[in-house]
Design a protein around this ligand. Sequence first.
Ligand SMILES: [Zn+2]
Length: 333
Amino acid sequence: MEAATDLAATRNIWWFKAKPRLKLAGQAIGSEVIADDQRSRYRQGDEKVIACLASPKVTNSLQIGPIRLNGNLRLLDMDVGLAMRNRRDPSRTSVRAAAISATEILVQRAAFDLDIAPEEFDALAPNIMTSPGRPSLPYIQISDALPNGSGFCRHLLGDSRIPVSDLLASVLDDAAQWPRNTVSDEHHMNVCGSSCYKCLQRYNNRNFHGLLDWRLGLSYLRAFVDPNYECGFDGKYEDFEISDWSSNAHRLAKETRTFIPGNRISCVDGRADIPTFSLDDRHSRWGAVVHPLWDQKRLFAKLGLDNTFVAVDSFELSRRPLHVLQRARHAAR
Ligand SMILES: [Zn+2]
C-alpha cells in the first residue's frame, strides 16, 4: 500500500487558482489501485505501508488439537501464513489444505447434528500453538458466526449433548453417518479425487474449493485423534480414507508422462505402494509420490532413498503438476 494523496480533490475545490493537493492523513491506497489509476487521480507516495485489514469480534470459539503427535507425520509442517510471519512455502500447502478440509468436515457435521446451517459457524484458519517448554502442536478452530456468540460452539463442549470428541469419533468410524455415508459411495469414490458439491463443497466455502479434499481432511482428523495412526507410512492402508491412496498415486505417476515424455514409471524397492517416475529421459533423477502428511525426511531415511529421489506429494501432483514437477527437477539437480 502507498501513502495516499488524492489529486482529484482539485475538481471539488475548483475555485482555487493554485490546485491544492489533498493529503489523506493516516490513510493509504492499495498499490494495485495506483497501478490501475489511468486518470492519475492518486499520486504515489514515497513511503510504502504494509498493513492488514481486520476488525475485532467478540464471540465463542472452539479450538481442537491433539495431545501427542506421530513423528512420522508432518502435521507441524503447516503453512500458517501471516500469523508466523513466514513466507508461504508451496511444499507446505498440502498440510494446510488437510487442516482446512478437517475444519470444514467438522463444521458441516456439527451443523448437521445441531440442525443448523453451516454458515452459523466460521471456519477459522488452522494454526500452530507454541508455548515455552512444551512441544508445538497444531490445532483447528471454529467460532460462532454471530457476534457475542450464538451458543452453538458451547453445544460441542465436553459436558454437552454433542461433545466434539464423540462427533470426531463418529465422523471417522461411523460408516452410516455423514461424511462416511456420502463419500463412500462407489461412484463418488471414483469421480471425486478431492472434493465436489456432493461432499465438502458448498457455495459459501468457494474460496477454499481448490484446497478441500475429503480424504486428506479425514486423515488429518484421525491423526489428531490417534497418535498411532500412520496414514500409510508403514505401508498399511486399512483405514477408509487411505484405502485407495496407492492406486491414485500410481495413476498420478503415470500421468506425469504427459509432462515428461519418455519418462519411466516404477516403484520404490520393497514398497510397491509408493510409485516413482523419472524426472527426465535420462532416468537419473526420480520423483517418489508420497502422501501429503508423511514426514518426507523420515520416509527417505527409512526406505534408504538417496538424493537421486525427490518427494512429490500426491496433493500437489494432482492440483498443480507443472509447478511441482518443475520444483522437483530443480531440487534433484
Ligand atoms: Zn466429492
